[in-house]
Design a protein around this ligand. Structure first.
Ligand SMILES: Nc1ncnc2c1ncn2[C@@H]1O[C@H](COP(=O)(O)OP(=O)(O)O)[C@@H](O)[C@H]1O
Ligand SMILES: [Mg+2]
Length: 141
C-alpha cells in the first residue's frame, strides 16, 4: 500500500508506481468520483514526458497524448459508456493491444473487455488530502 498524503507527493508516488509497473501497458484506475484518478493519471503522464496539456476535462471517452520522445499514450474515461458494444465501436481492442500505455478510468464499466494482463490501481479517499493506493498486476505473461 502506498500513502499519498498531499498533492506534493504526486511526483514521487507516480515514480514509485512506474518503477513497479512501467512494463505493463494497460493500467486500470479504480476509485469513487473525486478519489483522484484523473489527477494521478495526469501526474504519471507528466513523469512519462507528455507534452500536451492534459487540461481538457471535457474529453469524451479517449484522449491521446504524445510524449517528448514521440510515444503515444491513451487516457480513457468510461464513466458514461453504456455498453461493451459502444466501447468496441470506439476501437478499444486496438488501443488496448497497441502496446502503448492505456490509462483507464472506470474500467469496471467495460471489465470483460480488459486484456488479461493489466495493472489494477485502487485509490481510496482517506480524507481531503490523503489517499491510499494499491497496485496489483493481473495476468502476468
Ligand atoms: N492526492 C490528492 N490530494 C489532494 N487532493 C487531491 C488528490 N488527488 C486529487 N485531488 C483533488 O480531488 C479532486 C478530484 O480529483 P480527480 O482526479 O478529478 O478525481 P477522479 O478522477 O477520481 O474523479 C480534484 O479537485 C483534485 O485536485
Ligand atoms: Mg476523473
Amino acid at each position: 500500500m502506498i500513502q499519498l498524503n498531499s498533492l506534493a507527493e504526486l511526483v514521487p508516488v507516480s515514480n514509485q508506481l512506474l518503477a513497479l509497473a512501467s512494463d505493463v501497458p494497460v493500467w486500470c484506475f479504480y476509485g469513487e468520483m473525486g478519489a483522484g484518478k484523473t489527477t494521478l493519471i495526469k501526474a504519471i503522464c507528466d513523469q512519462l514526458g507528455v507534452i500536451d496539456s492534459m487540461s481538457s476535462p471535457s474529453f469524451s471517452v479517449v484522449n491521446e497524448y504524445e510524449t517528448k520522445s514521440r510515444e503515444t499514450l491513451y487516457h480513457f474515461d468510461f464513466f458514461r459508456i453504456k455498453s461493451n458494444q459502444e466501447a468496441l465501436d470506439i476501437g478499444v481492442d486496438d488501443y488496448f493491444h497497441s502496446d502503448n500505455y492505456c490509462f483507464i478510468e472506470w474500467p469496471d464499466k467495460i471489465q470483460s473487455l480488459l486484456p488479461d494482463h493489466h495493472v489494477e490501481i485502487s485509490i481510496k479517499l482517506v480524507d481531503d488530502n490523503k489517499r491510499e493506493i494499491n497496485l496489483m498486476e493481473h495476468g502476468k505473461k
